[in-house]
Every structure is written in C-alpha cells, then in structure tokens.
Design a protein. Structure first.
Length: 183
C-alpha cells in the first residue's frame, strides 16, 4: 500500500468540517423555524389584534442577519484568497475562462445594481396599515428585488446553455474546441 499524499488528509478534514457546519446550520434553522410556526404563531399584535405577532419572529430575523453576515464574510475571504492565489488576466481552468467569467459576473452585478437603483420605484407603499414613503429605502428595496431576479434569470440561462451542449457544438464547428489539460 502506498502512503496517502498530505493533500488528501487536508481535503478530508475540510470535507468533514464543512459537513459538520452544514449539518449544524440545518439543525439550527429547522429548530428556529419549527419554533416560529409551532409556538405562539397566532399571538395577536398588541397595537392591532387583527394582525398576528408570532413569538419567535425576532429569532428568525436574527438568524437571517447572522447567516447573511456569515455569507458576506465567506464571500470576502473567498474573493481575497482567489485574488492572491491567481493572476487574473487569462486564467483558464480545464478550458474554462475563469477570469473572464469572474469579470463579466462582477460587471453584471454592478451594472444591474446601478440601473435598478436609478430606475427603482419611489411610489409609497402601505404595509400593515403604515405608509412607507422614503424614496431612498423604496429604491433600495426595489434594487435588491430586481437585481436578485435578474441574476437568478441569468444563472438559469447559463445553466440551461451549459447543459444543452450548444457551446460544444459551436466550438466544434469553428474548430476552437478546448483541449483538456494534460495529466
């Protein structure tokens, strides 16, 4: 038997840690959402008894804040690590232009955020009997909704394009088929 390479142990440890973190997050989220719906869900709001004020609403909101913050930190760490470890000019990984995809994705995000904020609605909204009329907050809310929808649509289109095999057919016709890297 041959000895395992050092990298294999590190990869196994990372897999074990990520599995434990994922499992813990799923258990915590399931417990909070179960408590939200099963304990005190029908409590009436003190100001207006026509509306419900579930007991664990604050716990759900704090879970969302914590998970959102963790996602932002993980994204920042990943971007910093990628920028340090690669020269971004013409990086390709197994024939995939990683650098060009990263630049296009970041550009699409910034462009969509800017355009959706600029053209966002400022029409006042009535929510639970209260009117919200701050133009900045209305535009920001609209910006995030529109940007999310656009990026989800682009992701679905990219996955459909990748799964269709159309890219390979186009490369085969033009004679520019990507050659797989040598082992």
């Amino acid at each position: 038997m041959t000895a395992r390479p050092k990298n294999d142990r590190r990869r196994h440890d990372a897999l074990r840690i990520s599995t434990a973190v994922r499992t813990a997050l799923i258990v915590i989220a399931a417990a909070i959402f179960a408590a939200f719906f099963l304990v005190g869900y029908e409590m009436p709001l003190e100001d207006n008894p026509q509306f419900a004020a579930p007991l664990f609403t604050d716990a759900v909101i704090w879970l969302i804040y914590v998970l959102g913050g963790m996602a932002l930190v993980a994204t920042a760490v990943s971007v910093c690590h990628t920028l340090r470890s690669r020269a971004y000019s013409s990086v390709t990984s197994t024939g995939v232009p990683v650098g060009r995809i990263a630049v296009c994705t970041a550009s699409l995000l910034v462009l969509t955020l800017a355009l959706s904020f600029a053209f966002g609605s400022t029409e006042p909204l009535s929510v639970n009997g209260r009117t919200f009329s701050s133009a900045v907050w209305l535009r920001l809310a609209d910006m995030f909704i529109v940007t999310s929808a656009v990026l989800i649509g682009v992701a679905i289109a990219a996955v459909a394009f990748g799964m269709s095999g159309l890219n390979r057919k186009m490369n085969d016709r033009s004679g520019n088929a990507a050659t797989p890297p040598k082992p």
